[in-house]
Design a protein around this ligand. Sequence first.
Ligand code: ZN
Length: 541
Amino acid sequence: MGATQKTAAIYVRRSAADERDTDDSDNRSHARQERDCQALAERHGLTVVEVYREKVGTSASRFKTNRRPQLERALEDMGTKFRTLIVWAVDRQTRKGLTEVGLMLDRLDEVNGRLITNCGLDSETQGDEFELIYGIKASLARSETEKLAKRVRAGKDEQRIRGEHLGGPQPFGWVRNHDTPYGVSIDYDAASVIVDMIDRLIEGATLAETCRFLNDAGHLTSTGGRWAASAMSQFVRSVHLIGHRRYGGSVATDDDGQPIEVAEPIISQSKFARVDRALVARRLNPADPSKPTKARRKISTSLVGGLLRCGDCGGGMTFHPKTNKSGDTYAYYACLDCKPWHAVNSEVETHVARQALLFVAALEPGSAIADEVGRRMLSTFSPEQATRRSEIEDQLPILQNRMSKFRKENLNGLLDDDEYQRLLDEATMKINAMRGELATLPEVKSDLGILLDLTQASEDPDGDLVGPGSAWAAMEHHLKREILRVLIDEITIERRPKPLDDIEGRTIIAFATEDNVVQLANRPARRRGYSTPNVMAVAAG
Ligand SMILES: [Zn+2]
């Protein structure tokens, strides 16, 4: 006899890293995790019958054994005591993470159980996709991936025509409702939270203040997580707030090209526009308040730096970004020891990325390399990074306002020119440092669907794996870089007469093996020197 449909249990665990974390220990404490999971249970209409709390010993040696007696108990009880196991997050801290996931998946099958996570995954509603995301092995078996990708794509197109929901959790503010034409309706509790959120932002509260307010009041996101500034900034611009549905880049429209109203608007069009203006206004350039700042300047960093070896001398090749007179940026890798310079265009990055994805697609299920890539991808969702990101996003406008204040004081004669210049330089330096750091921090995503997409090209079935519209192209730089560093041992570049010549023919890629993948993945970020400004001229030829 199985457990009833509506029963659930919660599994929480503090990791060793959480134990060390003193500043923000409450953030991921058992109690916090439990609260989040309880909320998730309520959202799903489940009754929690048991909580499994894994104790992690404080001494390193005890942690090292890495046993999970509570998890084992929970998996054992699944199917008899309860049906759904709610976990706060997948383990990001140990290499055992994926083994653990495999164990869970097997058990789910066996007892017809269900697993839902605080990060928005649900084995029941996401079906194949869930298994794919969690069982990285499946996402990397190429034929299966392609079949699934086609199925997902076909299904999505059909839904798009009907303006229906496209899978994954509903956006905050909506609930699934099969009795309505488009399958969703307003969640009125959430809607009142949204109205409050937007009013606060319009009245001048910062994103972080508003997040703090909602989090403290226990209002979680649709995936049961805490609000973060970057996510909120996107959220308040989501067209579902005015009752529309977005598909890909565009809003679902009817035959006349009018947006389909799939649900009652939560806020008015004018409020929707006002909150956007309020947030944009905070990014105004204080030096000229009538003009918005340029889109965040793209920080040019190398994708395969540290992996390139010169085919002539065997030394490392370094990365040299450059901006020409019309402001276009381009970059070269060069061996500075081989004269005249042995240089190659950064197009080599595209070629290497494409080869790397083909390599991934051909990996055997359960490969150590696949595991390592998966682990790296999961590890990018670190709460520490997320927190840091919100902090910086909050700090930036404050610094910019300060610069604006200095300028006014200077104009009004309250601040002499030298002092003004000094303060300005100081603030500019800080701002640049923060922007640089921001470029290295991942955006917080509640959805691990990128794994599904990794070996899937763009919407165009014949599209390039790494071309425009591909999952790869949409991935953040740091993540691409990390994945390539796991997959590739080194890249040897042979010499050709010109930097742009024969990119494919001159590039020899040594991929990771099952034996060295972990070691490779743990290499220090920079293995062979830095690029220096005085070599910029190199590339001109
Ligand atoms: Zn060389």
